[in-house]
Design a protein around this ligand. Structure first.
Ligand code: P6P
Length: 337
């Protein structure tokens, strides 16, 4: 029987990809692995331990905070703080970034942006949710407290990015710029094992993921693209299949494995779209491009956008290069395919 390498062994084996790193990034990825195991344990018994439901508080986004949102947020922040590889963290759940200023953090070279529990409205109905993380080197002087500019870097400056998907199994998927690899958690052993080596989008895709309830608010080009995918054409297998769970990580993961496109466009009710650039779109865009796909806001590469605010939103379209390029042409007013 083939032996699967563990995530820890994989991280160490691939440390050579970072000739200048003294192991901090490896240690940081191991911290994320530890926090993921702790969150996974909470999620798997959420229905039994009265942590389903709402806290009765709202986050910066004005969204009701689920108890598990806060629990996941606190687990990741405390775990990453205690291990000393990062000097600060920003979270969807917190209005401001957190600067770690104990001595052990002052010379840390990395910062993390995180969506601790994405799709959390699905928790109470037992639909897949996820954690999304993005890692940068700090750009402010070492030895001092981290600054806002450290968190407002373009996606192209990411050192690593990934997600946890808490589904029928729990899988950690990440990239450090050398491809995308997925590791499945074995609860019997308590370890993540390499299960999806070097993930690549299939060349063609036939799945589209969009909340069509917002159709009336979409820009004309998006409306025309959605109508196009629903027309019959045996040449490219249309009509394509609609799959939308309300959980970015679940839709993204399925589309990357099977071939598909995810769209959260702008609309009159959300002029810049709903998804957040820094801790949802940039990490997913890094993974997309590393897996041979394409991630845009409708006309610009997501990872070229220069952020101005911690929680800024952007229209987001990602998936197979072929599918996203066609959608991009429609959005640009060119309907000749
Ligand atoms: P809607 C979850 O809140 C999220 O950020 C993504 O995970 C998901 O794809 C999207 O929003 C769902 O938004 O407006 O379709 O419910």
């Amino acid at each position: 029987m083939e032996r699967h390498i563990t995530l820890g062994e994989f991280i160490i084996e691939n440390q050579k990809d970072f000739p200048y790193a003294k192991g901090e990034l490896s240690a940081l990825l191991s911290s994320i692995k530890l926090a993921a195991k702790m969150v996974n344990e909470k999620i798997n018994k959420a229905g039994l331990s009265q942590i389903i439901g709402k806290m009765g508080t709202n986050n910066i986004q004005g969204e009701n905070q689920a108890k598990l949102d806060i629990i996941a947020n606190d687990i990741f922040i405390s775990t990453l703080k205690n291990r000393g590889e990062i000097c600060g963290i920003a979270s969807e759940e917190l209005e401001h970034y957190v600067a770690f200023d104990e001595d052990m953090h002052k010379d840390a070279k990395y910062i993390v942006l995180i969506d601790p529990l994405d799709g959390s409205s699905n928790i109470d109905v037992d639909i897949t949710v996820g954690t999304i993380f993005s890692i940068y080197r700090r750009i402010s002087p070492a030895g001092a407290k981290v600054k806002k500019e450290d968190f407002l870097q373009p996606g192209d400056s990411q050192v690593a990015a990934g997600y946890l998907i808490y589904g029928t199994s729990t899988i950690l998927v990440y990239t450090t710029g050398n491809g995308v690899n997925g590791f499945t958690f074995d609860p019997g052993v308590g370890s993540f094992f390499l299960s999806h080596p070097q993930i690549r989008y299939p060349e063609h895709g036939k799945i589209y993921s969009v909340n069509e309830g917002n159709y009336v608010h979409f820009p004309d080009g998006v409306k025309k693209y959605i109508k196009w995918v629903q027309q019959i054409d045996e040449k490219d297998g249309r009509p394509f299949t609609s799959r939308y769970t309300g959980s970015l990580v679940a839709d993204f993961h399925r589309n990357m494995l099977l071939g598909g496109i995810y769209l959260y466009p702008q609309g009159t009710t959300s002029p810049n779209g709903k998804l957040r650039l820094l801790y949802e779109c940039n990490p997913m865009a890094f993974l997309t491009e590393q897996a041979g796909g394409k991630a845009i806001d409708g006309e610009t590469r997501i990872m070229e956008i220069i952020p101005s605010e911690l929680h800024e939103r952007t229209p987001f379209i990602c998936g197979n290069s072929e599918m996203v390029s066609i959608a991009e042409r429609f959005i640009g007013g060119n309907y000749e395919v």
